[in-house]
Design a protein around this ligand. Structure first.
Ligand code: GLN
Length: 255
């Protein structure tokens, strides 16, 4: 009620959120700024670990969480999500010259084309802790489930290595501590552009398409409704497209 919209993010996820000197920049930062304007509020951003955003929002420490955050069934148990405003795809970064040349070198696929296990190799996978790349890789119940599910039935727990940020995962890839990094496509493109000697694996990643949305405390449906209304208006008048196109040029070689 103090007229401030408190937003939690993890500002290490370009082009959605990152630091430019002392300032926050990126798609989410600009969309949140527009939403706050519509709500007649002032936006205040806290830069926290990705994994603490949902807890911070559900306990009322922050009003919203916005961090290229994928809507998942499990997260929906803790927070409400706004309408979606962007799409992400999980992709895989490898070193140039890597023996990994296709997704088939990493995953076992089922008949529907979904990865169901990690191939029985000694490939180590780097992920950003608590993100969907981590959840899919680490939890056998959820999606890809690399744990305990190598194609020979062996345990693969130690083959997923978790890092605080995508940048740290990429540094580990460059120094050979992991063999690939699973991360959202746009940050992947930023990291590849900023680092020599790594590239995104080509291939059909349509199994890993995700919706990004803003999370709000379950008790605060009034704010959720206002955010959805603001998002609808910002979509209808082209503001959101304009912001996204500014950071992700249409000819920018989308996956
Ligand atoms: N989209 C991914 C997720 O929600 C990654 C988000 C992030 O790292 N900021 O888990």
């Amino acid at each position: 009620d103090d007229g401030i919209l408190y937003m939690a993010t993890n500002a290490a996820f370009p082009p959605y959120e990152y630091k430019e000197g002392d300032n926050f920049a990126g798609i989410d930062v600009e969309i949140a700024t527009e939403i706050a304007k519509k709500l007649g509020m002032e936006l205040q951003i806290a830069d926290v670990e990705f994994g603490s955003i949902i807890g911070g929002v559900s306990t009322g420490k922050y009003d919203i969480g916005m961090a290229g955050m994928t809507v998942t069934e499990e997260r929906k148990q803790s927070v409400n999500f706004s309408n979606t405003y962007a799409t992400g795809i999980q992709v895989i970064i490898v070193k140039d010259g890597s023996s990994i040349t296709s997704l088939d070198d990493i995953f076992v696929f089922n008949d529907e084309g979904d990865p169901t296990a990690l191939k029985n190799t000694d490939i180590k996978v780097g992920v950003q802790q608590d993100t969907t790349g981590d959840i899919y890789s680490s939890d056998a119940i959820k999606k890809w489930g690399f744990n305990d599910l190598a194609d020979d039935g062996s345990t693969t727990t130690d083959r997923v290595v978790r890092f605080k940020t995508g940048a740290e995962a990429v540094a580990a890839l460059k120094s050979g501590k992991v063999d690939c990094v699973i991360i959202d496509n746009e940050p992947a493109k930023s990291f590849v552009a900023a680092n020599e000697g790594i590239h995104i694996l080509a291939g059909d990643n349509e199994y890993a398409v995700e919706d990004y949305a803003i999370c709000v405390d379950k008790g605060n449906t009034e704010l959720l409704d206002k955010i959805n209304k603001a998002l609808d208006e910002l979509k209808a008048d082209g503001t959101i497209d304009g912001i996204i196109n500014k950071y992700i040029p249409k000819d920018g070689g989308a996956q």
